[in-house]
Design a protein around this ligand. Structure first.
Ligand code: DO4
Ligand code: MG
Length: 277
């Protein structure tokens, strides 16, 4: 079942149609406090045309170097410190980092941002886990962990600046509810279109992900509480070649079925979420 956050409430897709539901918020779902009946009621509505990012009060965290391809690309980009990426790929403890507060997150159709002080910028197509406050994964969405490779490549200690800025994270289009892990053959696909031409496309599958969602969440919740739950991006397995950088007006699409497709245009600083913050 999919949950869509709209300007004026929440709609769910079930039984082949969309229903607007009252008396539930995303925060209530992430706190595991939604009334048991919330999924069954509601008035039938047209399929939503405006999808807000499926986030209310959640922090967004991310895992890194969870795919071999990410380890390889980061070792190339950071010649002097290549070893740290190899070590974290092999280590028992994963790389986990803070990614965004809700106001830095954009949704379907909004602009993701590239920093003006960065000359090498990439999208990172990632499965995002929806984790409730008890640490249980109850759903999934698509995440774009926008990254400055020039800033990260200069020094790994610059990671927060490479990763966290206004418009640096996209989530959506909807929250797909499921207590079951997505099957390993699930494909993650990324495409970047510039002036109607595909300038990059790539594909991976969850079978390439080295760590399970449960393992990543277990580490995240060690000595850390999330009163309103959180999202955890699981890392990228698609890295464009070194000569590729994003440009303003590029259109980035990421598809993970059964969640759907997340589409964002690349904009300069100052573009970002259109919802009230
Ligand atoms: O180690 C830096 C970030 C890695 C990352 O974001 C990824 O692998 O997806
Ligand atoms: Mg990433």
């Amino acid at each position: 079942m999919k949950v869509c956050r709209m300007d004026d409430g929440i709609a769910v897709e079930r039984d082949g149609g969309w229903f607007r539901v009252e008396g539930v918020t995303l925060d209530a779902l992430f706190r595991d406090e939604a009334p048991a009946s919330w999924m069954s009621g509601g008035a039938r509505v047209e399929a939503p045309t405006q999808w807000l990012a499926p986030i209310e009060s959640q922090e967004v965290w991310a895992a890194g170097v969870t795919y071999f391809r990410s380890r390889e690309a980061r070792m190339e980009e950071s010649e002097k410190e290549a070893d740290v990426y190899d070590r974290v790929y092999q280590a028992e403890r994963p790389e986990l980092f803070f990614k965004a507060t809700p106001h830095r997150v954009v949704g379907e159709g909004e602009s993701v941002v590239i920093r003006e002080d960065s000359e090498w910028n990439v999208p990172e197509a990632e499965l995002a886990l929806a984790v409730n406050r008890a640490g249980n994964i109850f759903g999934y969405t698509i995440g774009n962990d926008m990254s400055s490779r020039s800033i990260e490549g200069e020094n790994p200690l610059y990671l927060p600046q490479a990763k966290i800025y206004d418009g640096s994270c996209a989530l959506g289009p909807a929250l797909y509810l499921s207590d079951e892990p997505l099957p390993p053959e699930t494909a993650v696909e990324l495409e970047v279109v510039r002036a109607s031409e595909v300038v990059f496309s790539g594909r991976t599958s969850l079978s390439e992900l080295k760590r399970s969602g449960e393992e990543l969440v277990r580490y995240l919740f060690r000595h850390n509480s999330f009163p309103n739950g959180c999202y955890l991006l699981t890392g990228t397995g698609i890295v464009p070649p070194a000569e590729f950088t994003l440009a303003h007006k590029d259109v980035v699409t990421i598809t993970i079925e059964p969640i759907g497709t997340l589409t964002n245009t690349v904009g300069p600083s100052g573009t970002g979420p259109r919802r009230a913050l």
